[in-house]
Ligand binder design. Sequence first.
Ligand SMILES: Nc1nc2c(c(=O)[nH]1)N[C@H]1C(S)=C(S)[C@@H](COP(=O)(O)O)O[C@H]1N2
Ligand SMILES: [Mo]
Length: 323
Amino acid sequence: MLVKFSKASDVKPSEITSKTLYMNRRRFLKTAAVAGAGAAFGTIAAPVFAAKGNPRVKFSGVQKSKWTQEALGEELTDYGPITEYNNFYEFGAAKTDPAEYSQDFKTRPWSLTIDGAVEKPGVYDLEDFLKPHQLEERVYRMRCVEAWSMVIPWVGIPLGDIIKRVGLKSDAKYVAFETLLDPEQMRGQKRPVLKWPYKEGLRIDEAMNPLTIMAVGLYGEVMPNQNGAPFRLVVPWKYGFKGIKSIVRMTFQPDMPPTSWNVASPREYGFYSNVNPSVNHPRWSQAKERRIGDFLKRPTLMFNGYEEEVAGMYAGMDLGKLY
Ligand SMILES: Nc1nc2c(c(=O)[nH]1)N[C@H]1C(S)=C(S)[C@@H](COP(=O)(O)O)O[C@H]1N2
Ligand SMILES: [Mo]
């Protein structure tokens, strides 16, 4: 990312979650053991940031958007659960696997292929492609198909801005996304849990909708690996699995692309995957959700609460069939 990074040491140790601290310490201990260093932790900060891995790095120049926490009127989910309770099957199927096993994942440099029906196809270096002044903060309600939810302050850029930059051709009706395929780095890809690489897709109007962003960070900081660094999709009115992580390719095309979860289980997961409390998953209800951090469940909102912005795109569609 071509971004002015503030020094890692600007992040106070008190801002680091216990889990991050624990994992960084553990990594440090491993490193120290290998180096034969008789390490004693003096201050907390020094070993944490001396350890290999990923210090928390703040972006500078992120713009505010109209999608603020105040506008949404809901509390933000804490940084801890957002970065410790993840789905990222490339690093394992347990919720804590991504945080544990993605820390050495290499996210720079990062090549992004944009091809298909666009005026300017190419292999772009993400650092050249995104500039810090183009980034904005978007506070979105996020709903996983497993009926838990969070409120996340993303840092990103509207996908529509990217599409305008590469220029759409008229036969581009859909966009297909692909995650990196690299079993050496992504231990989960050594097992056929899904057909790798992970794939997702959007209809072009969905991709151009102002709510749809490509995110590169959260809480004002560079994206943690477990959340899909360096570049992932965020579509807040759809179930979480549409938000494909660590994207290396975007292809614009006339046909509806295959998507990983639909291929794995078409009865359970359709192409659209719009949050819809009245269309249940075959194995569980979607009427309610547990906001991470809450005790009681709350009702799930149509289109995850973004009905006003997105319902028009689905006018006349039978959402019970086109789930
Ligand atoms: N490549 C890839 N992207 C993925 C997934 C995955 O397993 N692999 N899981 C999805 C699911 S089910 C959810 S709920 C969100 C979780 O994003 P988060 O961990 O940043 O909250 O990522 C989505 N993107
Ligand atoms: Mo999910």
